[in-house]
Write a protein that binds this ligand. Structure first.
Ligand code: ARG
Length: 468
């Protein structure tokens, strides 16, 4: 492509060192789409004729078909996807192909391709995030009545609904989707026409190209446009944070499936056995997802570090943006997919959860609140219930079994109705502030999510229910 100035062939080692075709070949649909739009702008500016535009379009379509049929030979000597496609196009259609690169550089071309790729994949990711949210909401509905201990420091804290716990992840995932949507605003800006760095003396209608390619606008500084990979860094960050959420969910699930917790069972299809210990059923999907967070963070560090010392404008360092970007997107896509499936197949072991949530200490805060509602300052109430807890631990008598006389020896404020506070039903129903886990709140949150994610109501079979 640059044979004019050079007398020597590129060294074989340099070719191997510098090629990106082994990974950037997958940008081909975007490269072709971009070239088609660019050719139209060339025709509009009368740089090429209508007939040449036709030849270019037909030639590119042929190349795309060949690639998709596996009949295209990618050559490392041609370095990257852009030069492979252009070179084969020119060998097939001649002069028209050789005109395609007018007023264009690989610098704005690669910026365009990566943006088109990021746009498509950010949209795919949003769809997959929604799919996992749906699975979580579905399970929340299915086990709507299940009460479980909520933890802080991995110590039993207060009772919550299982659905409330799952909906916490639905919220996190919603922020992930919102972050991806937000990234799309900055991804969807058209850089082509920036040339190598300073535009071109051959002025093309950039807004026309942007419209053709579905961009919301065009970039306004040619130097920034070819040097900018912020949009990729942002996307990789949004992916890394979504990975963090999946990793935390993984950790919950890994704990829940232990014999010690035993709260849930995963389906056989989403667990693996041991080659040695016949009894094992391991939560490998959750562990892998937790582990893969490492590469998502690694990719984020890579992209940030690649960009940090670069002078304007394009530098070849930037070729290193692609592998971390591709890897983050590939990794999160399959993780979201497999997670939605795994969550769908999960079952709650109601007995184990009921036994854990039967721990009376989960209601200690409620007892303190009981005193507060009868005029005791909270700090004092906290101390009284602290002493009561120590008493319960020392005697082995749980809160519901302590006598009223005994309660009154800790505080005269206690009355017979204290025993009403000591039920899970009361504990949950009382938590009716916005965002708290009362059954009514959980039901309306599930309903709201179901509508937002357009889920069908679960089929509840009753005599009178009609098939719809
Ligand atoms: N393969 C290159 C990349 O991925 C394409 C742009 C090359 N431009 C250049 N002037 N060498 O960044």
């Amino acid at each position: 492509m640059w044979k004019g100035r050079f007398q020597q062939e590129t060294s074989g080692l340099v070719q191997r060192y510098g090629e990106s075709i082994s990974f950037d070949w997958r940008l081909y649909p975007y490269d072709i789409m971009g070239s088609m739009a660019h050719a139209e702008a060339l025709a509009k500016a009368r740089i090429i004729t209508k007939a040449e535009l036709q030849e270019i379009h037909q030639g590119l379509k042929g190349i795309q078909a060949d690639i998709e049929a596996g009949n295209f030979e990618w050559r490392a000597s041609l370095e990257d996807v852009h030069m492979n496609i252009e070179s084969v196009l020119t060998s097939r259609i001649g002069a028209a192909g050789a005109k395609l690169h007018t007023a264009r550089s690989r610098n704005d071309q690669v910026a365009l391709d990566v943006r088109l790729y990021c746009r498509a994949e950010a949209r795919n990711l949003i769809t997959l995030v929604r799919g996992l949210q749906r699975a979580l909401v579905g399970q929340g509905q299915r086990w709507q009545h299940v009460v479980m201990p909520g933890y802080t420091h991995l110590q039993r804290g207060q009772p919550v609904l299982f659905s409330h716990h799952l909906l916490a992840y639905v919220e996190m995932l919603d922020r992930d989707a919102a972050r991806l949507e937000d990234c799309l605003k900055r991804i969807n800006v058209m850089p082509l026409g920036s040339g190598a760095l300073a535009g071109s003396t051959i002025v093309l209608d950039r807004e026309f190209v942007a419209k053709k390619l579905g961009f919301d606008g065009v970039t306004h500084n040619s130097m920034d446009a070819v040097a900018d990979r912020d949009f990729a860094a942002e996307l990789i960050f949004a992916i890394a944070l979504c990975g963090t959420h999946l990793s935390r969910l993984s950790e919950d699930i890994i704990l829940w499936v232990t014999a010690e917790f035993g709260f849930v069972t995963l389906s056989d299809a989403h667990t693996t056995g041991s080659s040695l210990m016949p009894q094992k059923k391991n939560p490998d999907v959750a562990e892998l997802t937790r582990g893969k967070t490492g590469r998502l963070y690694g990719n984020l560090m890579s992209i940030l570090t690649i960009l940090k010392g670069l002078p304007l404008t394009y530098n070849r360092d930037m070729q290193e943006d692609k592998e971390p970007l591709f890897d983050s997107i590939d990794t999160l896509k399959i993780a979201l997919e497999v997670y939605a499936e795994m969550i769908d197949g999960l079952k709650v072991n109601e007995k184990a959860v009921a036994s854990a949530v039967g721990d009376p200490f989960l209601l200690a805060t409620d007892l303190a609140d009981y005193l507060v509602l009868r005029g005791v300052p909270f700090r004092q109430a906290h101390e009284i219930i602290g002493k009561l807890t120590a008493h319960s631990l020392a005697t082995g008598i749980g809160f519901p079994d302590i006598t009223l006389e005994n309660y009154q020896s800790f505080s005269p404020v206690f009355e017979r109705n204290v025993f009403k506070v000591l039920t899970l039903e009361h504990a949950l129903e009382a938590r009716k502030g916005i965002g708290a886990p009362s059954p009514a709140n959980a039901a309306s949150e599930l309903e709201a999510w179901r509508t937002r994610l357009s889920l069908r109501k679960p089929a509840v079979k009753t005599k009178s229910s009609r098939n719809t």
